[in-house]
Design a protein around this ligand. Structure first.
Ligand code: SF4
Ligand code: SF4
Length: 174
């Protein structure tokens, strides 16, 4: 067996490579310090990207014109959910024109795969996947989104109105 000895030269010290790396790091550091507009990174969480309104992030339960929940508790979203993470409890509505409504609507967001099937299945535009995606929380309970969070969390500013209201639906005969 023959053993080849590697040539010992100045490259084995990696000195030039280290200097080249430092030069690139310093170049980016100084560029970012003095020209922050060109920075390709953000100071998260103080700064956040603006996502398209079509981005499929956290769920929103829409509301009617009077601010009440649009959902009719038909269970189509829960039935279609492949992750089985939607739990709904239905009740009769005091208004005889409204068939049912949810007294409880919960999504276990840690199980959700953001497939959008619930949104697709809903016949009355009552659930949508919105542009928010940040889901911070200190324990597991923070990731069960209840009806109040889904419909009335502060950044929804009183709720997102459904396209199809009951009155419009009755007028259209659907
Ligand atoms: S996005 Fe998909 S996984 Fe998440 S709740 Fe809707 S149907 Fe279920
Ligand atoms: S969100 Fe839509 S599909 Fe789900 S129970 Fe309510 S009305 Fe039915």
């Amino acid at each position: 067996m023959s053993v080849m000895k590697q040539k010992q030269d100045s490259n084995s010290w990696y000195f030039l490579d280290v200097l080249t790396g430092l030069r690139i790091t310093m170049k980016h550091l100084l560029t970012n310090l003095f020209n922050r507009k060109k920075m390709i990174t953000l100071n998260y969480p103080e700064e956040k990207y603006e996502y398209s309104p079509r981005f499929k992030g956290n769920h929103v339960l829409t509301v009617k014109k009077d601010g009440s929940i649009r959902c009719t508790a038909c269970m189509l979203c829960a039935t279609n959910c492949p992750a089985e993470c939607i739990t709904i409890k239905a009740s009769e509505h005091p208004d005889a024109q409204v068939e049912k409504y949810p007294i409880s609507y919960e999504i276990d967001i840690l199980r959700c795969v953001f497939c959008g099937f619930c949104e697709e299945a809903c016949p009355v535009d009552a659930v949508r996947l919105g542009p928010e995606w940040q889901t911070p929380g200190l324990n597991g309970a923070n990731f069960i989104y209840d009806i109040n969070h889904l419909a009335y969390r502060s950044n929804l500013k009183g709720g997102v109105q459904s396209i199809l209201d009951d009155q419009d639906r009755h007028k259209a005969g659907i």
